[in-house]
Design a protein around this ligand. Structure first.
Ligand code: ATP
Ligand code: BTN
Length: 248
C-alpha cells in the first residue's frame, strides 16, 4: 500500500474528516491530527484526544472486496498491527481485547473505531480510526474514566517516542497483516495470530448489546473476526457487543 498522509494540527475527528471527504480522497489516505476536539469511540463514547504527542489517525480504504459479515475482522487486523508495533518498540504484554481495543495487562492503550461510508447498498469507503496513547503522561492517563496506559509509561527508559515513526511502524504492520487477510486461503494464519495475541480464550465473559447480555466462555475467533462463545445458547459466533471479563 502506498499511504497518502494528510496531517492536521487540530481537527474535530479524523474519522469524521474521512467520512465527509472520502469521495474526493485517494485510496489509502491517512489523516492524522495532533489534537481532536471531538474524538470518538464506539456508540458515541468520547476518546480523550486533547494531548499533543499521541497518535490519532484514520485510514481510508476505498477499493475493498469485503462482505458485511467480514467487517469485524478489520479492527482486529489493526489490533494485531498495534500489538506487533508495541513489541517492536520494546513493549511486550499487549493483547487484543475483542472487538476493538489493545490492552497492556489490564490497561487500555489503544482503541480502534471502524466506520463505513455507503453509496446505496455498496461500500464506498472503509474508515479505520486509531487512537494510540504514545506519550500520554501518568497525570493525563489518570483523568480517563477507565484504566489506561501509554507507550511512554510502559517503556523501560521512559524516553518519549516519535509519533511519526510510530505511525509508520503501525501502518507497515497493518499493510502486512491486511495483505495476508486478503488471501482468503490464508485466513487461518490470521486467526492463529488473533489467538496468540488474545488473553480471552478460556475466560468467562459477558457480552452485551443494547438488547441482551450473554454469559459465556470464549472458545475461539472465527475467520470473519467473530468471537465464539460457549454459553447457554450453545457454541455460537458473535460479531459485535461490549465484552467484559467476569471474575471467576
Ligand atoms: P469495552 O469495554 O466493550 O471495550 P469500552 O468501555 O472500552 O468498551 P470503547 O467504545 O471501546 O468502550 O472505548 C471508549 C472508552 O475508552 C471511553 O468510554 C473511555 O472509557 C476510554 N478512553 C477514552 N479515551 C481513552 C484514551 N485516550 N486511552 C484509553 N482509554 C480511553
Ligand atoms: C474505541 O475504543 O471505542 C475506539 C476509539 C477510537 C479513537 C480514534 S482516534 C482517531 C479516530 N478519530 C476518532 O474520532 N476516533 C478514532
Amino acid at each position: 500500500m502506498k499511504f497518502n498522509i494528510l496531517s492536521f494540527d487540530e481537527i474535530n475527528s479524523t474519522n469524521q474528516y474521512l467520512l465527509e471527504n472520502a469521495p474526493n480522497l485517494e485510496n489509502y489516505t491517512v489523516v492524522t491530527a495532533n489534537k481532536q476536539t471531538q474524538g470518538r469511540g464506539r456508540k458515541g463514547r468520547v476518546w480523550e484526544s486533547s494531548s499533543n504527542d499521541n497518535l490519532y489517525f484514520s485510514l481510508l480504504i476505498k477499493s475493498i472486496d469485503i462482505s458485511f459479515e467480514e467487517l469485524s475482522s478489520i479492527p482486529q487486523i489493526m489490533g494485531l498491527a498495534v500489538c506487533e508495533s508495541l513489541q517492536m518498540c520494546g513493549i511486550s504484554k499487549s493483547w487484543i481485547k475483542w472487538p476493538n481495543d489493545v490492552f497492556v495487562d489490564d490497561q487500555k492503550i489503544c482503541g480502534v473505531l471502524c466506520e463505513t461510508r455507503l453509496k446505496g447498498i455498496s461500500l464506498e469507503g472503509l474508515i479505520i480510526g486509531v487512537g494510540l496513547n504514545v506519550n500520554l503522561p501518568e497525570t493525563e492517563l489518570q483523568k480517563i474514566d477507565k484504566p489506561a496506559t501509554s507507550m511512554l509509561v510502559q517503556s523501560n527508559d521512559k524516553k518519549p517516542f516519535s509519533t511519526k515513526e510510530t505511525l509508520h511502524v503501525v501502518l507497515q504492520a497493518f499493510d502486512k497483516h491486511f495483505k495476508l487477510w486478503q488471501q482468503k486461503e490464508r485466513r487461518s494464519e490470521i486467526v492463529e495470530l488473533w489467538r496468540q495475541n488474545s488473553r480471552l480464550i478460556g475466560k468467562a465473559v459477558t457480552l452485551s448489546d443494547d438488547q441482551k447480555t450473554i454469559y459465556g466462555t470464549v472458545v475461539d475467533f472465527s475467520e470473519n473476526g467473530e468471537v465464539i462463545l460457549q454459553s447457554e445458547n450453545g457454541l455460537k459466533a458473535y460479531s459485535y457487543g461490549d465484552l467484559s471479563l467476569r471474575l471467576q
